[in-house]
Design a protein. Structure first.
Length: 266
């Protein structure tokens, strides 16, 4: 149990025995490798923080490994890339930045923030919380929660190299601030595979001048199964516009936007 600052350098190795656990209730800066066999786990408490540096190496040491559970904050932004071979479960906050990271699987019911990230997922990325940012995801993505706009960063621009499923409980909370740059000025999700669609889309549309017939692509895909249950032009608390003052009250019909066409498919 870690209750103070722990520094694990890049030249060190951490091996957990089967049936054991490393529990973090404060702050761990980890540049070391971690071996987590079946029956063991790494747990970040609600007040805990783990900062990953250098090349991440979390191995299973067997065909079935332990797992990495986060209820606090796990920050991968100090890492240059690497591999997390053990299952990653999070109901806390996870931040991913530049670098190539490989995961066995990701199951997030908390916040998953990505900025210029490239991640590969062997199994699937399942988000039942909130997901936003800029990333290329090599693998299947299932949204049971909310994909939102990152108004504090470079917006939301996702390239999904695989299957994308928006569950009946899932929602896309997308923003259109202008027509200039995908991601930064309007949310965009590109699926280079099949998109299985259900659930809802909420589009927060800013008040800006636009030429009649302008086409804005919010979601593209190679193939589609199903359709959204609802497409609603309405701003809600989950939208993070970079310029919220430019959005009209709470609702705006697409018919009032000078012929603008907001596309959720090609």
């Amino acid at each position: 149990v870690a209750t103070g600052l722990v520094l694990l350098g890049e030249s060190s190795d951490v091996l957990l025995d089967s049936g054991s656990a490393l529990i973090n209730r404060d702050r761990i800066v980890m540049g070391s490798s971690l071996t987590c066999p079946a029956g063991s786990y790494l747990f970040v408490d609600t007040a805990g923080v783990i900062e990953l540096t250098g090349s991440v190496s979390m191995s299973a040491n067997a065909t079935e490994g332990g797992y990495f559970e986060n209820s606090g904050l796990v920050n991968f932004c100090g890492s240059t890339g690497g591999v997390v071979e053990i299952s990653y479960l999070s109901n806390g906050t996870t931040t991913l930045c530049a670098g190539n990271l490989g995961f066995s699987s990701i199951n997030s019911s908390g916040i998953l923030s990505m900025r210029e990230s490239t991640i590969a997922v062997n199994s699937s990325l399942v988000s039942s919380g909130e997901l936003f940012g800029t990333a290329t995801i090599n693998g299947s993505v299932s949204n049971i929660g909310h994909i939102t706009h990152d108004g504090d960063g470079n917006g939301t621009f996702l390239n999904i190299e695989g299957l994308f499923e928006n569950d009946i409980e899932g929602a896309l909370d997308l923003v259109i601030d202008s027509t200039e740059q995908p991601g930064l000025d309007f949310s965009q999700i590109n699926v280079f595979g099949t998109a299985r669609l259900a659930g809802a889309v909420y589009i927060c549309l800013a008040d800006f001048p636009v030429d009649s017939g302008t086409r804005i692509e919010l979601l593209t895909y190679s193939d589609r199964r199903g359709d959204f249950d609802d497409v609603i032009f309405e701003c809600n608390d989950r939208h993070r516009s970079t310029e919220p003052h430019r959005h009209r009250a709470r609702r705006r019909s697409i018919m009032n936007s000078a012929g603008t066409e907001a596309c959720v498919g090609t």
